[in-house]
Write a protein that binds this ligand. Sequence first.
Ligand SMILES: NC(=O)C1=CN([C@@H]2O[C@H](COP(=O)(O)OP(=O)(O)OC[C@H]3O[C@@H](n4cnc5c(N)ncnc54)[C@H](OP(=O)(O)O)[C@@H]3O)[C@@H](O)[C@H]2O)C=CC1
Ligand SMILES: CC(C)(CO)C(=O)C(=O)O
Length: 306
Amino acid sequence: MKRIAIAGIGGVGGYFGGLLARHYAPSGEVEIIFIARGENEREIREHGLRIETPQEDFTVRPSLISSDASQIGGVDLLICCTKSYDLEQSLQQLAPCIGPHTVLLPLLNGVDSRDRIKAVYPQNEVWDGCVYILSRLRAPGRVTVNGNFGSLFFGAAQGTPAQLKATEQLFKAAGMQATLAPDIEATIWQKYVFISSTATLTSYADADFKGIVTEAQNKELLRQLLSEITAVAAAKHISLPDTVAQEIFTRLENIPAGATSSMHSDFKAGKPTEVHSLTDYVVQLGQQLGVPTPTYAQIYEALKKR
Ligand SMILES: NC(=O)C1=CN([C@@H]2O[C@H](COP(=O)(O)OP(=O)(O)OC[C@H]3O[C@@H](n4cnc5c(N)ncnc54)[C@H](OP(=O)(O)O)[C@@H]3O)[C@@H](O)[C@H]2O)C=CC1
Ligand SMILES: CC(C)(CO)C(=O)C(=O)O
């Protein structure tokens, strides 16, 4: 992997792309390309990308930053970090970067990104991935990370094993907590069960993560959402640990005070949201698989009107 592009320099792309740029861009050992637009692109080009974490603050400069795919040309790995509702448009726009050997790796929340990418680029190798991080683009060129976790899982059932292994080493050398997951489908579903249920409920109840486990009515709604989504996963033959729901309650109890899901932050800010991929998708899948999801359906109807 000699040319790696990160599409979408927001909370996720800024943090993980930033770690790659810090390690590889100065030597040029691997070219790290940021695909960003608007004020964010201008600010990063002029002053670099500032990353603020609880441990350290630093500024990185990528090898190249652009919104113009024809200026970038072909890349070996394209890491997709847009929001779900921007996935297809960004992929179409990035056609000049995607040659026959380009591998694509989505890090979006959701379980259908790989299929959606395959629908646009059926010939390409597409991996799958997910991240655990609390990170926001606070201002153009400035990413802030909250909490002491920031991990990335990736893998592919039909990927090239040597390339997957080499990429894990490349990520780790850059200081990323990256894991090549043996069963990536189960890994992204485990993340999905967490984020779908909590993003749906934090948005609906207008409460942060702590608020949905401390308030009795919210706690009951969370139990119902978890029971519905795990039934959908089981009907899809996804092997999740029996403890998945309990682990989510434990994780929520240990999350920093005031922290909330990115979907809840987007609802509060009046921005577009990922409600389709995080809430409605479970209802749709439930209907296809004959699994009732009444709590999801009722909350989706309410969120749709906001
Ligand atoms: N933030 C977090 O802590 C976490 C987020 N996630 C998931 O990761 C994904 C990304 O989230 P997040 O990083 O928060 O999102 P952000 O909105 O912070 O970042 C996405 C970026 O992509 C840019 N973008 C979209 N289309 C294009 C394009 N065609 N060309 C260039 N740039 C483009 C957007 O630009 P513009 O603003 O101009 O639209 C924006 O800067 C989501 O699926 C989210 O659910 C997962 C775990 C944690
Ligand atoms: C819950 C969290 C912060 C975990 O990574 C997340 O994925 C999100 O807010 O989108």
